[in-house]
Design a protein around this ligand. Structure first.
Ligand code: NAP
Length: 365
């Protein structure tokens, strides 16, 4: 019997993932650094619990497991030690990061993972499952494409900026840890740092053209790996009145990323942010839009997904199940490379549409 360990199991998203796994009749072991929280959660769900921090001798904890699913974010702090331990013990690694730096670092471990015969599969949450599957779907329709744009109309897109009830603490801390203040695009195969809100354009998420600006999501690494397209930009729907604020955020990025400001921000996040409630999880939805171009042709598509946290619970559990089955090749993988472009539709109640393909693209600035 293959064994899964879920690390960071008692965080907001870890709990959703454990609940989903248990509802499917699975019995993963759970783990984290707080012994009290681990043992309470283990007791509630009748699961085996392990307590260890990322400073511990992790290899001794991971050795008996076939795969670990890391839910402890910001992943820029947690992925590396867990990946190292997995490379030592021969344990497959999955996580739910959306952080481009983490994808980039894990991709650099491809050779070592192949040598060891293990799969490294970051990004099995909403980010990047939905966008990665859409990128793969579009590039299958235009294999010669050399440009890709992804757009996300998140949470309540028409409001643009997520409200405290839309996001979890971990997401807020991850945004503060530099994941939202360092903007990147992929240009001719390289990650290029650009200002926040560096480019805007109109994107039709389903209700007509909306203002959207570039943001730093992991697709600048993963979509390139999945499709081979080396020019990638990721956009989010934002009201145009946020443009000055985005510029100011860009100018203050160094300050927001500084340790003292993060130390001040964390207690406020802990006090104010609790993650989406049950009704938001059931009713919220997100639209992911994509476009591939080759200079002559443009192909666009959209995926309408359930609430991102609800999708994450399903996609992460399904991804772990498939990795444990042993059908995913070794090395650093993306969700669509591992499971194909249909994966998002297979693991959640999402709907995909192929859009009209105009010859001319209306980029705003
Ligand atoms: N890809 C996606 O679409 C997607 C979806 C949902 C969430 N996420 C990401 O998942 C991460 C977690 O989100 P969340 O909502 O579950 O956050 P959360 O409620 O704050 O939970 C975070 C969990 O990680 C643990 N953790 C954090 N830093 C750690 C460290 N250095 N060592 C050991 N454990 C550590 C925490 O343990 P302690 O309480 O002991 O600190 C807690 O169990 C965030 O980065 C978020 O952005 C991604």
């Amino acid at each position: 019997m293959e064994r899964l360990l879920i690390y960071g199991s008692y965080g907001y998203t870890g709990r959703l993932i454990v609940r989903e796994a248990v509802s499917r009749g699975e019995s993963p072991a759970i783990a984290g650094r707080d012994g009290k929280q681990v043992s309470e959660q283990a007791h509630e769900n009748d699961l085996e619990g392990r307590t260890f921090s990322l400073e511990a001798d992790m290899a001794s904890h991971l050795a008996e497991f076939d795969a670990v699913l890391n839910c402890a974010g910001p992943f820029v702090e947690t992925a590396e030690p867990l990946v190292e331990a997995c490379l030592e013990t021969g344990t497959d690694y999955l996580d739910i990061t959306g952080e481009f730096r983490v994808f980039d670092r894990i991709r650099r471990q491809d050779d070592r993972a192949r040598e060891k015969g293990i799969t490294l599969l970051p990004g099995v949450g909403f980010d990047v499952v939905a966008s990665d599957c859409l990128a793969a779907f579009l590039s299958e329709r235009l294999p010669s494409a050399d440009e890709l744009a992804i757009g996300v109309a998140g949470m309540d897109s028409r409001r643009g900026i997520p409200a405290p009830g839309d996001v979890s603490r971990g997401t807020a801390k991850t945004l503060f840890s530099g994941s939202a203040t360092t903007n990147v695009i992929r240009k001719s195969g390289s990650l290029v740092r650009v200002p926040i809100g560096f480019r805007s354009r109109k994107i039709d998420f389903g209700d007509g053209p909306e203002h959207a600006v570039t943001i730093p999501l992991g697709d600048v690494v993963t979509a390139a790996q999945t499709t081979g397209i080396e020019n990638v930009e990721v956009y989010a729907a934002m009201p145009s009145w946020t443009d000055p604020a985005m510029s100011a955020l860009g100018s203050a990025a160094w300050l927001l990323e500084s340790r003292p400001v993060q130390t001040l921000a964390e207690p406020a996040i802990d006090a104010l942010i609790h993650g989406p409630g049950e009704s938001t999880l059931e009713t919220g939805e997100t639209v992911v839009w994509g476009e591939v171009r080759n200079g002559e042709r443009t192909v666009r598509g959209r995926i309408r997904t359930p609430n991102p946290y609800a999708l994450t619970a399903k996609s992460a559990v399904e991804a772990a199940r498939r990795v444990l089955e042993g059908t995913v090749p070794s090395g650093a993988q993306t969700p669509a490379n591992a499971f194909g472009s249909e994966f998002v539709l297979e693991c959640s109640d999402s709907e995909r549409e192929l859009l009209e393909s105009p010859a001319v693209v209306d980029v705003e600035s």
